[in-house]
Write a protein that binds this ligand. Sequence first.
Ligand code: APR
Length: 238
Amino acid sequence: MKKKLVFITGAGMSAESGIRTFRDSNGLWEEYPVMKVASIQGYHEDPELVIRFYNDRRRQLLECEPNEGHRLVAALENDYDVTVVTQNVDNLHERAGSTNVIHLHGELMKATSSDNPNDPNCIVEIPSDNPGIHIGDKANDGSQLRPFIVWFGEAVPKIEPAIIEVSQADIVVIIGTSLNVYPAAGLINYANNDAKMYLIDPKPVKTSSLRDIHVIQKGASEGMKELTELLKTSNTPQ
Ligand code: APR
């Protein structure tokens, strides 16, 4: 029986693929007013601005590739029952080979209904050869097509399944998140007492958890190389 390994990843996981983080220096939220481009209120006030913002991010994503960190996360599926819980809206975990990914904040390569954003009948793939959404494009329920993103001010429907995954994990690995945004940041508190916890980030990260967390103060790729070695030694039968 494979041990259950759950990753909780954030923007830093994709930084080495060339995708900007949000709160680092030169982060996305330094350039864009977050509540204007990433909140439900901002979308209602100026849907065209928001649709354009995500069109730009989608076009940038299409020029990016998964990094070594994504690939090493996917490779651990050979030895572990892996779930990736990500705050990222990019598809780099999947493109690196991860087969069990929960996107807490939505998916950039999908679009949905403005009236019923979580109706599965309205969630559609955006083709990479035509990655733009425009005012006037209609969802399956006839409302304006919008990015399939969970904006500030909206519920996070995937948090419940994510909590279940974390609570059942033997190992929890946090990579590339400042743990600033709830409910995602609160996930680490659901790790059971026997779970081994690791955190990979080049900078120190404040965690609300009182747990003993093994910190690897490196970037995602170098950190995942170190973690893979650590897991190999800890997993070999004594
Ligand atoms: N490897 C690993 N971690 C890195 C790297 C790297 N190469 N570069 C930066 N980091 C770390 C930073 O030190 C920081 O801790 O990634 C983290 C990025 O933090 P944020 O920019 O706050 O991103 P994140 O935590 O994912 O934000 C959460 O906020 O605005 C919302 O919806 C948005 O999902 C996002 C959420």
